[in-house]
Design a protein. Structure first.
Length: 379
């Protein structure tokens, strides 16, 4: 929310006029005021719903609430209410209970169109096999050599290696509503910050302390942990003439695997302009979507650069979240009473195989024009 200029002037004046011994407290109060105003709409919504919930005794589900386990209540007491910090001595991170992570994770998988086409490892798993099948099955005795060959072809994805961090503030008004409402607020905020960060990793992560994104080349030269961008394939149409001859042979491995659905990922502007024109024709009643010779699904992502798109096979990108936690730091000690936290999400992701996605250069993508053929009939 944009902070209004008059409010800023008033806060600056209050800080300047405050006695020296009160400046630290005044800074804290000012930041609290900013937080409360930033969340004003959310707090008002929660308060309305809290009053309705208390008066009508409606079901928890109607308000997005759930029954908490004792472990979850203890975590809220310790991490949010800060009633018991004894267990934090000697450690910096307080991990969310697995049940809370599982709820956030399930919401996350359905919160964004792109995530529907990701192969998610179960929440809480630290390592996960990349299930890309290679080779052909053959009949014969199961020898040690065959077992060794199968094991050698299995790759694992370490879901503990990277962390996504963001700040989180919990307004005191919501803390006063109790466990279930704190839980709902925390899950909502973590869902929002993780949705944006995870999408960024899936699309553009460079592999250095981050996932390897769809834009990156798994077989490229890795410099200090950073994967290079894939070379984009330039196309002028999304039909069999150009896309069909340049891109499909990569995705279908020159006909050795079937390709039905292709997820086309681009930023919203490119979807609304170049890609729309390449898939629609102007008829008498407006634009009409042409029948694609392949089943394209279109997904918008601001992480895809201008003039680029990604042709991706669904469920060929593996990602997962192993755990979430709150990081306590002495650097932010003066803000503790403002409920200020750094939230950490541990996870990872990468394509199962380099040819499961192709980066496209759509700079010269042409508008679709109907072809009209005439036939001369001899009298």
């Amino acid at each position: 929310m944009k902070f209004n200029e008059k409010k800023i002037e008033d806060l600056v004046k209050e800080l300047n006029e405050a006695p020296a011994e009160q400046k630290s407290q005044k800074i804290i109060e000012t930041i609290q005021s900013i937080i409360d105003e930033s969340y004003a709409d959310t707090i008002a919504q929660y308060q309305r719903e809290f009053e309705e919930y208390s008066a009508t005794k409606e079901s928890d589900a109607k308000f997005g609430l759930r029954s908490l386990t004792e472990a979850e209540k203890q975590w809220i007491d310790r991490a949010i209410k800060q009633e018991d910090t004894s267990s934090l001595k000697g450690k910096e991170i307080d991990y969310l209970p697995e049940t809370t992570v599982s709820y956030i994770f399930e919401d996350l998988k359905t919160a964004h169109p792109l995530f529907e086409y990701v192969d998610w490892a179960p929440a809480g798993v630290q390592k996960w096999f990349l299930s890309e099948r290679s080779g052909k099955a053959t009949w014969g005795k199961l020898t040690r050599a065959i077992i060794d060959q199968i094991e050698a072809e299995l790759e694992t994805l370490d879901l503990e290696v990277n962390s996504l961090s963001a700040f989180m503030f919990v307004p005191k008004a919501i803390i006063n509503m109790g466990y279930k409402w704190i839980d709902r607020f925390v899950r909502t905020i973590l869902l929002e910050v993780n949705e944006e960060g995870i999408e960024s990793g899936i699309i553009a992560g460079n592999g250095k302390d981050a996932p390897i994104g769809l834009l990156k080349d798994l077989k490229g030269s890795v410099q200090e942990g950073v994967y290079p961008d894939k070379k984009a394939v330039e196309i002028t149409d999304l039909g069999p003439d150009d896309f069909g001859t340049k891109v499909l042979p990569i995705l279908n491995r020159k006909g050795t695997r079937n390709v039905d659905v292709i997820v086309m990922i681009a930023n919203q502007n490119e979807l609304d302009t170049k890609i729309y024109k390449a898939t629609h024709v102007l008829g008498f009643n407006g634009y009409v979507k042409a029948d694609n010779y392949k089943n394209f699904v279109y997904v918008a992502s601001p992480e895809v650069p201008e003039n680029k798109a990604i042709a991706y096979l669904p469920k060929k990108y593996t990602a997962g979240i192993s755990r979430m936690g709150i990081d306590y730091s002495d650097h932010y000690k003066f803000l503790e009473q403002l409920r200020t936290y750094t939230v950490l999400t541990y996870g990872n992701g990468r394509l199962k195989s380099n040819d499961d996605a192709v980066v496209l250069d759509i700079t010269n993508l042409k508008a679709l024009k109907p072809v009209v053929e005439t036939e001369t009939v001899s009298p």
